[in-house]
Design a protein around this ligand. Structure first.
Ligand code: T3D
Length: 265
C-alpha cells in the first residue's frame, strides 16, 4: 500500500482500490478551499491510468465524515458578497468529476455528514454508514441553501416530501432512518464500517470496470431522460461494453463454468 498526501486529504492506494480520506479531524473534516484543492489533486491521481485504480472509496478521519463547508478562515461567512462563488470554482468541478468517474464510488460515512459533506457522501454509488453516523442538512441553520447537487439527488433518493422536510427543518437524520428511507445502502456497527467498505470496494475493483462505469453513467443520465432516450443510451452502452475484453472473458467463463477474471479492459 502507498499513501499520497495533499492538503487535508490522504489518498491510500491499495491494489486497485483508492481510499480518499478527508483528513482534517480537528474541524470534523470541514471542507476548506485548501481541502478542495487537495481533493481535486487527489482525483488526478485516482484517474491516472498508470495507477490502475478501479474503485474509489471515500471516508473521513476521526469521528466525522465531514461537517460541510469550513465556516472559519476563508469560509462562506467571510465571502458574504458571494457565498456561491466557491461552488462554481471548486465544488462543482469536484462533483462533476465524481459523477463522471470511470469506476464505482463507495462512500463510508463514519460520523456526521453535514451540509456539503452530506452532498459528498450521497455521490457514492453505494453509501455505507456507521450505526452512530447521521446526516444533517445544516445549511438552513446558518441561513444558506442546500448545495453540492443535493437538491437534485435527495428528491430522487427519498422523494420530494422527505427531501423538503430535511432541508427546511435541518433535523438530524440517523443512519438507520436513512437506510429505511432508501437514501443509503448499508448500516454497520461502527467498528465494522471500514472493513466492510474496503471489502466491498475490493469486490467492485475486481469487477468489469468499463461495464460498471457505463452502468453508473446510465443511471446518472436516466433521471433526465425519457424512456426512449434511455433505451437508445443502453443500446450504445451495450455495444461499448460488448466490445470489452472483460465481456468476452465473462461469457467465456460462464460457458467454461468458472469464475471470470476481469481486468477492467
Ligand atoms: O461559500 C461556501 O463555501 C458555500 C458552501 C456551503 C456549503 C455548506 O456545507 S454550509 C453548512 C456548513 N456546515 C455547518 O453548518 C455545520 C457546522 N457544524 C455543526 O453544526 C456541528 O459541528 C456538527 C453538528 C456537525 C457536529 O457537532 P458536534 O457537537 O459533534 O461537534 P462540535 O463541537 O460542534 O465541532 C467539533 C469541532 O469542529 C469544533 O471546534 P473546537 O471547538 O473543538 O475548536 C467546531 O468548531 C469544529 N467545526 C465543526 N463544524 C465546522 C467546524 N469548524 C469549521 N467549519 C465547520 N463546518
Amino acid at each position: 500500500m502507498s499513501t499520497l498526501t495533499f492538503p487535508h486529504v490522504r489518498l491510500e492506494l491499495d491494489g486497485a482500490v483508492a481510499t480518499l480520506v478527508l483528513a482534517h479531524p480537528e474541524v470534523l473534516n470541514a471542507i476548506s478551499p485548501a481541502m478542495l484543492g487537495g481533493l481535486l489533486d487527489a482525483m488526478d491521481a485516482v484517474e491516472d491510468p498508470a495507477r490502475g485504480v478501479r474503485c474509489l472509496l471515500v471516508t473521513g478521519e476521526g469521528r466525522a465524515f465531514s461537517a460541510g463547508a469550513n465556516l472559519a478562515g476563508d469560509g462562506p461567512s467571510t465571502r458574504a458578497n458571494d457565498a456561491g462563488a466557491v461552488l462554481e470554482t471548486h465544488y462543482h468541478p469536484l462533483f462533476r468529476r465524481l459523477r463522471d468517474l470511470a469506476m464505482p464510488v463507495v462512500t463510508a460515512v463514519n460520523g456526521v455528514a453535514a451540509g456539503v459533506g452530506m452532498s459528498l457522501a450521497l455521490h457514492g454509488d453505494l453509501v455505507l454508514a456507521a450505526r452512530s453516523a447521521y446526516f444533517l442538512q445544516a445549511f438552513r441553520r446558518i441561513g444558506l441553501v442546500p448545495d453540492g447537487g443535493v437538491t437534485w439527488l435527495l428528491p430522487r433518493l427519498i422523494g420530494l416530501a422527505r427531501a423538503r422536510e430535511l432541508s427546511l427543518l435541518g433535523e438530524r437524520l440517523p443512519a438507520e432512518q436513512a437506510l429505511a428511507w432508501g437514501m443509503i445502502h448499508r448500516v454497520l456497527d461502527d467498528a465494522e464500517l471500514l472493513p466492510a467498505a474496503r471489502s466491498l470496494a475490493a469486490e467492485l475493483a475486481a469487477g468489469p470496470t468499463r461495464a460498471l462505469a457505463l452502468t453508473r453513467r446510465l443511471y446518472w443520465a436516466s433521471a433526465d431522460h425519457t424512456y426512449e432516450q434511455q433505451l437508445d443510451l443502453e443500446r450504445r452502452a451495450q455495444r461499448e461494453a460488448g466490445r470489452t475484453r472483460d465481456a468476452q472473458e465473462g461469457i467465456r467463463a460462464f460457458l467454461e463454468k468458472r469464475k471470470p477474471e476481469f481486468r477492467g479492459e
